[in-house]
Write a protein that binds this ligand. Structure first.
Ligand SMILES: Nc1ncnc2c1ncn2[C@@H]1O[C@H](COP(=O)(O)OP(=O)(O)OP(=O)(O)O)[C@@H](O)[C@H]1O
Length: 300
Protein backbone atom coordinates (compact mmCIF):
# COMPACT_ATOMS: atom_id res chain seq x y z
CA UNK A 1 0.00 0.00 0.00
CA UNK A 2 1.42 3.42 -0.90
CA UNK A 3 2.19 5.73 2.01
CA UNK A 4 2.50 8.79 -0.25
CA UNK A 5 0.28 9.40 -3.28
CA UNK A 6 0.80 12.49 -5.40
CA UNK A 7 -1.39 13.04 -8.47
CA UNK A 8 -1.16 15.93 -10.91
CA UNK A 9 0.46 18.24 -8.37
CA UNK A 10 0.57 21.83 -9.55
CA UNK A 11 2.16 24.84 -7.85
CA UNK A 12 2.73 28.38 -9.09
CA UNK A 13 4.65 31.23 -7.51
CA UNK A 14 2.77 34.23 -8.99
CA UNK A 15 3.05 33.71 -12.75
CA UNK A 16 5.96 31.24 -12.46
CA UNK A 17 4.97 27.57 -12.58
CA UNK A 18 7.34 25.68 -10.25
CA UNK A 19 5.50 22.34 -10.42
CA UNK A 20 3.48 21.81 -13.61
CA UNK A 21 2.26 18.22 -13.25
CA UNK A 22 3.90 15.77 -10.87
CA UNK A 23 2.51 12.33 -10.01
CA UNK A 24 4.16 9.49 -8.08
CA UNK A 25 3.48 7.06 -5.28
CA UNK A 26 5.86 5.90 -2.57
CA UNK A 27 5.48 2.43 -1.09
CA UNK A 28 5.98 1.63 2.58
CA UNK A 29 9.62 0.87 3.42
CA UNK A 30 11.10 2.38 0.26
CA UNK A 31 13.84 4.92 -0.13
CA UNK A 32 12.26 7.00 -2.89
CA UNK A 33 14.45 9.59 -4.60
CA UNK A 34 13.51 12.84 -6.28
CA UNK A 35 16.26 13.83 -8.66
CA UNK A 36 16.41 16.81 -10.97
CA UNK A 37 18.39 19.83 -12.09
CA UNK A 38 18.40 23.11 -10.15
CA UNK A 39 15.02 24.75 -10.08
CA UNK A 40 13.22 21.63 -11.34
CA UNK A 41 10.61 21.84 -8.57
CA UNK A 42 11.94 19.16 -6.21
CA UNK A 43 11.80 21.14 -2.98
CA UNK A 44 8.42 22.64 -3.84
CA UNK A 45 7.11 19.11 -4.45
CA UNK A 46 8.28 17.76 -1.09
CA UNK A 47 7.08 20.90 0.68
CA UNK A 48 3.60 20.19 -0.72
CA UNK A 49 3.92 16.56 0.40
CA UNK A 50 4.81 17.60 3.95
CA UNK A 51 2.07 20.24 4.09
CA UNK A 52 4.60 23.07 4.51
CA UNK A 53 3.38 24.65 1.29
CA UNK A 54 -0.11 25.00 -0.17
CA UNK A 55 -0.59 23.52 -3.61
CA UNK A 56 -2.61 25.10 -6.41
CA UNK A 57 -3.83 21.86 -7.95
CA UNK A 58 -3.76 18.08 -7.85
CA UNK A 59 -4.12 15.72 -4.92
CA UNK A 60 -1.66 14.63 -2.25
CA UNK A 61 -2.31 11.88 0.29
CA UNK A 62 0.16 10.95 3.00
CA UNK A 63 -0.86 7.89 5.04
CA UNK A 64 -4.33 8.45 3.55
CA UNK A 65 -4.62 12.07 4.71
CA UNK A 66 -4.33 15.37 2.86
CA UNK A 67 -1.26 17.05 4.39
CA UNK A 68 -2.69 20.51 3.57
CA UNK A 69 -5.06 20.06 6.51
CA UNK A 70 -3.48 17.04 8.15
CA UNK A 71 -4.11 15.94 11.71
CA UNK A 72 -1.62 16.15 14.55
CA UNK A 73 -1.12 12.41 14.14
CA UNK A 74 -0.05 12.95 10.52
CA UNK A 75 2.37 15.69 11.53
CA UNK A 76 3.92 13.36 14.09
CA UNK A 77 4.19 10.60 11.49
CA UNK A 78 6.21 12.86 9.17
CA UNK A 79 9.80 13.62 10.09
CA UNK A 80 11.19 16.50 8.08
CA UNK A 81 14.88 17.32 7.97
CA UNK A 82 15.34 21.01 8.62
CA UNK A 83 17.66 23.20 6.63
CA UNK A 84 20.80 23.96 8.66
CA UNK A 85 20.12 27.67 9.01
CA UNK A 86 16.91 27.00 10.90
CA UNK A 87 18.66 25.98 14.14
CA UNK A 88 20.01 28.63 16.52
CA UNK A 89 23.82 28.76 16.69
CA UNK A 90 24.01 28.32 20.46
CA UNK A 91 21.62 25.44 20.98
CA UNK A 92 23.45 22.28 22.05
CA UNK A 93 22.89 18.82 20.62
CA UNK A 94 21.12 17.71 23.78
CA UNK A 95 18.97 20.87 24.06
CA UNK A 96 17.85 20.62 20.43
CA UNK A 97 16.79 17.00 20.76
CA UNK A 98 15.12 17.59 24.13
CA UNK A 99 13.24 20.64 22.79
CA UNK A 100 12.04 18.83 19.66
CA UNK A 101 11.02 15.79 21.72
CA UNK A 102 8.66 18.06 23.66
CA UNK A 103 6.69 18.81 20.47
CA UNK A 104 5.58 15.20 19.99
CA UNK A 105 3.09 13.02 21.82
CA UNK A 106 5.30 9.92 21.76
CA UNK A 107 8.85 11.02 21.05
CA UNK A 108 11.89 8.79 20.69
CA UNK A 109 14.41 9.00 23.51
CA UNK A 110 16.89 11.86 22.88
CA UNK A 111 19.49 9.81 24.73
CA UNK A 112 19.02 6.85 22.39
CA UNK A 113 19.22 9.05 19.27
CA UNK A 114 22.40 10.70 20.60
CA UNK A 115 23.95 7.25 20.97
CA UNK A 116 22.64 5.91 17.66
CA UNK A 117 23.82 8.87 15.65
CA UNK A 118 27.28 8.99 17.22
CA UNK A 119 26.76 12.33 18.98
CA UNK A 120 27.55 11.30 22.57
CA UNK A 121 30.79 13.26 22.77
CA UNK A 122 29.08 16.31 21.28
CA UNK A 123 25.95 16.28 23.41
CA UNK A 124 26.85 19.58 25.12
CA UNK A 125 28.38 21.23 22.04
CA UNK A 126 26.69 24.23 20.45
CA UNK A 127 25.26 23.70 16.96
CA UNK A 128 27.62 26.20 15.34
CA UNK A 129 30.67 24.33 16.70
CA UNK A 130 29.69 21.00 15.12
CA UNK A 131 31.36 19.79 11.93
CA UNK A 132 29.28 19.58 8.74
CA UNK A 133 28.79 15.84 9.20
CA UNK A 134 27.83 16.21 12.87
CA UNK A 135 25.32 18.95 12.02
CA UNK A 136 23.81 16.71 9.40
CA UNK A 137 23.57 13.80 11.84
CA UNK A 138 21.85 16.05 14.37
CA UNK A 139 19.38 17.27 11.73
CA UNK A 140 18.54 13.71 10.77
CA UNK A 141 18.18 12.76 14.44
CA UNK A 142 15.78 15.71 14.85
CA UNK A 143 13.76 14.43 11.87
CA UNK A 144 13.45 11.11 13.71
CA UNK A 145 12.66 12.44 17.20
CA UNK A 146 8.91 12.09 16.72
CA UNK A 147 9.22 8.39 15.80
CA UNK A 148 8.00 9.14 12.26
CA UNK A 149 6.75 6.60 9.74
CA UNK A 150 8.10 8.74 6.90
CA UNK A 151 11.32 10.79 6.86
CA UNK A 152 11.74 13.56 4.29
CA UNK A 153 15.39 14.39 3.69
CA UNK A 154 16.17 17.29 1.34
CA UNK A 155 19.74 17.64 0.03
CA UNK A 156 21.10 16.02 3.15
CA UNK A 157 24.69 15.57 1.98
CA UNK A 158 25.21 18.88 0.20
CA UNK A 159 28.42 20.46 1.48
CA UNK A 160 29.79 17.27 3.03
CA UNK A 161 33.13 15.76 2.09
CA UNK A 162 33.06 12.37 0.35
CA UNK A 163 33.72 10.39 3.54
CA UNK A 164 31.06 12.21 5.56
CA UNK A 165 28.68 11.72 2.63
CA UNK A 166 29.28 7.97 2.62
CA UNK A 167 28.82 7.81 6.39
CA UNK A 168 25.51 9.64 6.03
CA UNK A 169 24.36 7.15 3.38
CA UNK A 170 24.90 4.31 5.82
CA UNK A 171 22.85 6.16 8.39
CA UNK A 172 19.99 6.69 5.92
CA UNK A 173 20.02 2.97 5.19
CA UNK A 174 19.77 2.36 8.90
CA UNK A 175 16.72 4.63 9.07
CA UNK A 176 15.07 2.55 6.39
CA UNK A 177 16.13 -0.69 8.08
CA UNK A 178 14.26 0.54 11.15
CA UNK A 179 11.07 0.53 9.07
CA UNK A 180 10.89 4.23 8.16
CA UNK A 181 9.97 5.14 4.58
CA UNK A 182 12.40 7.73 3.21
CA UNK A 183 11.63 10.46 0.67
CA UNK A 184 14.99 11.81 -0.44
CA UNK A 185 15.69 14.88 -2.56
CA UNK A 186 19.14 14.81 -4.06
CA UNK A 187 21.47 16.33 -6.61
CA UNK A 188 23.97 13.51 -6.48
CA UNK A 189 23.77 10.61 -8.91
CA UNK A 190 25.98 8.37 -6.79
CA UNK A 191 23.72 9.03 -3.83
CA UNK A 192 20.56 8.22 -5.79
CA UNK A 193 22.14 5.13 -7.32
CA UNK A 194 23.38 3.82 -3.99
CA UNK A 195 20.37 4.59 -1.80
CA UNK A 196 17.16 4.74 -3.78
CA UNK A 197 14.85 1.84 -4.53
CA UNK A 198 13.07 4.03 -7.09
CA UNK A 199 13.68 7.50 -8.45
CA UNK A 200 11.42 10.13 -9.99
CA UNK A 201 13.42 12.38 -12.31
CA UNK A 202 11.82 15.83 -12.32
CA UNK A 203 12.56 18.43 -14.96
CA UNK A 204 10.81 21.78 -15.39
CA UNK A 205 8.09 20.80 -12.96
CA UNK A 206 7.25 17.45 -14.58
CA UNK A 207 8.19 13.83 -13.96
CA UNK A 208 10.20 12.81 -17.01
CA UNK A 209 11.04 9.30 -15.77
CA UNK A 210 10.22 7.07 -12.82
CA UNK A 211 12.01 3.78 -12.31
CA UNK A 212 14.64 1.90 -10.32
CA UNK A 213 18.19 3.25 -10.81
CA UNK A 214 18.92 0.22 -13.04
CA UNK A 215 15.71 0.73 -14.99
CA UNK A 216 16.53 4.39 -15.64
CA UNK A 217 19.95 3.46 -16.97
CA UNK A 218 18.52 0.68 -19.15
CA UNK A 219 15.82 3.00 -20.55
CA UNK A 220 18.52 5.16 -22.07
CA UNK A 221 20.06 2.91 -24.65
CA UNK A 222 23.25 4.89 -24.66
CA UNK A 223 26.53 3.89 -26.17
CA UNK A 224 29.02 1.53 -24.60
CA UNK A 225 32.69 2.43 -24.93
CA UNK A 226 35.60 -0.01 -24.85
CA UNK A 227 39.15 1.26 -24.46
CA UNK A 228 42.30 -0.84 -24.88
CA UNK A 229 45.87 -0.95 -26.23
CA UNK A 230 46.28 -3.61 -28.92
CA UNK A 231 49.40 -5.75 -28.67
CA UNK A 232 50.12 -4.97 -32.37
CA UNK A 233 48.86 -2.03 -34.45
CA UNK A 234 45.39 -2.67 -35.88
CA UNK A 235 45.04 -2.64 -39.68
CA UNK A 236 42.88 0.28 -40.91
CA UNK A 237 39.17 -0.60 -40.91
CA UNK A 238 39.75 -3.72 -38.80
CA UNK A 239 36.97 -3.01 -36.28
CA UNK A 240 34.95 -0.34 -38.12
CA UNK A 241 32.83 -2.74 -40.14
CA UNK A 242 31.83 -5.01 -37.25
CA UNK A 243 28.18 -5.23 -36.21
CA UNK A 244 27.38 -3.14 -33.07
CA UNK A 245 30.35 -0.81 -33.73
CA UNK A 246 29.36 2.81 -34.40
CA UNK A 247 32.84 4.35 -34.34
CA UNK A 248 36.52 3.80 -33.63
CA UNK A 249 38.86 6.51 -32.33
CA UNK A 250 42.62 6.26 -32.10
CA UNK A 251 44.68 8.31 -29.67
CA UNK A 252 48.33 7.29 -29.67
CA UNK A 253 48.35 3.57 -28.97
CA UNK A 254 44.91 3.63 -27.32
CA UNK A 255 41.86 2.53 -29.30
CA UNK A 256 38.35 3.53 -28.22
CA UNK A 257 35.48 1.63 -29.79
CA UNK A 258 31.95 3.03 -29.48
CA UNK A 259 28.84 1.01 -30.07
CA UNK A 260 25.78 -0.69 -28.67
CA UNK A 261 24.46 -4.18 -27.96
CA UNK A 262 26.98 -6.93 -27.49
CA UNK A 263 29.95 -4.73 -28.31
CA UNK A 264 32.37 -6.21 -25.80
CA UNK A 265 31.90 -9.75 -27.07
CA UNK A 266 32.07 -8.71 -30.74
CA UNK A 267 35.32 -6.80 -30.29
CA UNK A 268 37.14 -9.22 -27.99
CA UNK A 269 36.18 -12.25 -30.15
CA UNK A 270 37.44 -10.50 -33.30
CA UNK A 271 40.72 -9.55 -31.64
CA UNK A 272 41.19 -13.07 -30.25
CA UNK A 273 40.66 -14.63 -33.69
CA UNK A 274 43.40 -12.37 -35.06
CA UNK A 275 45.73 -13.29 -32.16
CA UNK A 276 45.71 -9.70 -30.85
CA UNK A 277 45.76 -9.09 -27.10
CA UNK A 278 43.74 -6.15 -25.76
CA UNK A 279 45.87 -4.67 -22.99
CA UNK A 280 44.45 -2.37 -20.27
CA UNK A 281 40.93 -3.16 -21.47
CA UNK A 282 38.26 -0.91 -19.96
CA UNK A 283 34.52 -0.90 -20.48
CA UNK A 284 32.59 2.35 -19.87
CA UNK A 285 28.93 1.63 -19.44
CA UNK A 286 26.09 4.07 -19.14
CA UNK A 287 25.59 5.18 -15.57
CA UNK A 288 22.86 7.18 -13.92
CA UNK A 289 24.82 10.30 -14.86
CA UNK A 290 24.41 9.56 -18.57
CA UNK A 291 20.76 8.62 -18.08
CA UNK A 292 20.16 11.91 -16.28
CA UNK A 293 21.74 13.92 -19.09
CA UNK A 294 19.70 12.02 -21.68
CA UNK A 295 16.45 12.51 -19.75
CA UNK A 296 16.83 16.15 -18.80
CA UNK A 297 19.40 17.49 -21.26
CA UNK A 298 21.28 18.87 -18.25
CA UNK A 299 24.93 18.18 -17.48
CA UNK A 300 25.57 17.62 -13.77
N1 LIG B 1 9.15 30.96 -2.48
C1 LIG B 1 9.31 31.08 -3.79
N2 LIG B 1 8.86 32.15 -4.47
C2 LIG B 1 9.01 32.27 -5.80
N3 LIG B 1 9.61 31.34 -6.60
C3 LIG B 1 10.08 30.25 -5.97
C4 LIG B 1 9.97 30.04 -4.56
N4 LIG B 1 10.53 28.86 -4.25
C5 LIG B 1 10.99 28.34 -5.41
N5 LIG B 1 10.71 29.16 -6.44
C6 LIG B 1 11.02 28.91 -7.87
O1 LIG B 1 10.33 27.73 -8.26
C7 LIG B 1 11.17 26.90 -9.06
C8 LIG B 1 11.32 25.54 -8.40
O2 LIG B 1 12.03 25.72 -7.19
P1 LIG B 1 12.41 24.49 -6.23
O3 LIG B 1 13.16 25.05 -5.07
O4 LIG B 1 11.20 23.70 -5.95
O5 LIG B 1 13.36 23.64 -7.18
P2 LIG B 1 14.47 22.56 -6.81
O6 LIG B 1 14.33 21.53 -7.85
O7 LIG B 1 14.32 22.15 -5.40
O8 LIG B 1 15.79 23.40 -7.02
P3 LIG B 1 17.24 23.27 -6.32
O9 LIG B 1 17.78 21.96 -6.72
O10 LIG B 1 17.98 24.42 -6.93
O11 LIG B 1 17.00 23.41 -4.84
C9 LIG B 1 12.46 27.66 -9.23
O12 LIG B 1 12.42 28.35 -10.47
C10 LIG B 1 12.49 28.62 -8.08
O13 LIG B 1 13.19 29.79 -8.41
Amino acid sequence: MPVIEVANLHKRYREHTAVADVSFTVERGEIFGILGPNGAGKTTTVECVTGLRERDGGTVRVLGEDPAHGSLALRAALGVQLQQGRLPDKITVWEALDLYASFYPEPASPQRLIEEWGLREKRNTAFRKLSGGQKQRLLIALALIGNPKIAVLDELTTGLDPQARRDTWELVERVRDNGVTVLLVTHFMAEAERLCDRIAVIDQGRVVALDTPGGLVASVRAEVRIRFRPSIPLPPGFLESLPDVSGVDRSGSVITVRGTGNLLHTVTATLARAGIVAEDLRLDQTGLDDAFVALTGTER
